[in-house]
Write a protein of this length. Structure first.
Length: 404
């Protein structure tokens, strides 16, 4: 691994991501779709297929550690931003309206994922059954909170009742999903394996309690004294420290970053300035490297041939039916009209970047084999791609902007 090669990789990745972002924007898709596709195009499934010599020279195996390290830093910063922008007050304010929708939009796809896992376990025979089943269930339950927020803005729905409920549901979904993922990670890494579930649960619970009861009051005490520069450096130190602690105790670094964002004081008048300084580097530079690294790890050629495409189709159908069906049922029971209930289901079916983060965790933990990882990446792309077209069909533009 040389610095010159790493710099060339960064140049190529950012250039292709910028090109695809522009193309997807003109097609009415959120920019993250272009970045995901760019990552797949630069991976072994496309560039490695049409130009194997170029691919081998640009991404030799011994050079991937640099991309991996930078992408992991990007993910830590991204999860901090997700946590900071996870508005718990939105969940509280819309708890009566969004409560059942949020519950069913998690419970139904989670249950469907558990059922599907029994069928998929044949593709991952060496994975322990319980962590594997729970991981597939969580993967089916994910909603990409940042992508959903962007779609709501693009469609003029941010200030509507539907938009507020969707944000509240997505926030609850992500909070539950990341808590479950932390537990699954701790359980998988535990030396006791499946012999005891109490240890991983206690580990997660203790760390959350320490952060909420000890770290949060201290941050609130000192946050009013921060300048923009000092809050930025403090936020970064706190985020990386929390990530280090959770990684060290066997939960996962990303959960530590997410929790750091969740408990960061909201009464600070300069938190938005801090977020706006972190976001351009995280989302504009480091996250595209993560997409490329994911694309390198994704091999669509493993799915071509045989009956694996039928399995892929089954995964997509279960993911869409579970997420949209659960959200639709909850919204209908709570008095939403058919169109708004369908629109809520379409919005919560958005998986995007957050799903890719979860899938990479599963691959790193050895829960997902490469073939199933590739299949789940395709599912994440498909469910995110269909959101904007479905929403435009369900809610015509003339009605969407007026839904207050």
């Amino acid at each position: 691994m040389t610095l010159s090669l790493l710099l060339l990789q960064i140049v190529v990745i950012l250039a292709v991501c910028r090109l695809l972002r522009g193309i997807m924007g003109r097609l009415g898709q959120p920019p993250v779709i272009g970045e995901i596709i760019a990552g797949l195009l630069l991976g072994s499934s496309f560039l490695g297929w049409i130009a194997p010599q170029w691919y081998a020279r640009l991404f030799p195996p011994d050079s991937l550690s640099g991309l991996s390290g930078l992408s992991q830093i990007g993910l830590v910063l991204f999860m901090f931003l997700v946590g900071v922008r996870l508005d718990l007050s939105e969940i509280i304010a819309f708890r009566r309206v969004a409560g059942l929708s949020a519950l069913l939009s998690i419970a139904v796809p989670f249950s469907a994922g558990l059922a599907l896992a029994r069928f998929l376990h044949g593709l991952a025979p060496t994975s322990p059954t319980l962590p594997f089943s729970l991981f597939i269930a969580v993967s089916m339950s994910i909603t990409a909170f940042p992508v959903l927020a962007r779609i709501l803005t693009d469609q003029g729905l941010s200030a509507t009742r539907l938009g507020h409920v969707a944000i509240a549901c997505a926030a609850a979904d992500d909070l539950a999903a990341w808590s479950l993922l932390a537990w699954i990670t701790a359980m998988t890494r535990s030396s006791q394996g499946q012999a005891s579930l109490l240890g991983p649960i206690a580990t997660v619970a203790i760390y959350v309690a320490v952060m909420v009861l000890a770290a949060r009051p201290l941050l609130r005490l000192f946050s009013g004294r921060f300048t923009i520069a000092s809050e930025l450096s403090t936020a970064l130190i706190f985020t990386f420290l929390s990530s280090w602690v959770t990684e060290s105790i066997g939960i996962h670094a990303l959960f530590g970053a997410f929790l750091a964002g969740v408990i960061w004081p909201r009464n600070s008048t300069i938190i938005e300035d801090v977020s706006s300084k972190i976001e351009p580097i995280a989302m504009g530079v480091l996250i595209p490297l993560f997409f490329s690294y994911t694309g390198i790890r994704t091999n669509i050629g493993l799915i071509v041939g045989g009956r694996l495409w039928l399995v892929e189709l089954a995964i997509i159908v279960v993911a869409v039916a579970g997420k949209m069906g659960g959200a639709f049922a909850g919204a209908t029971i709570m008095g939403f009209g058919v169109r708004d209930s369908l629109a809520l289901g379409a919005l919560l079916n958005t998986r995007g970047l957050v799903e890719l983060v979860v899938l990479n965790v599963g691959l790193d933990l050895g829960i997902l084999p490469p073939v199933l990882f590739s299949m789940m990446v395709i599912m994440a792309l498909a469910t995110t791609l269909m959101t904007a077209p479905l929403l435009r069909y369900i809610l015509p533009a003339s009605r969407g902007a007026a839904r207050h």
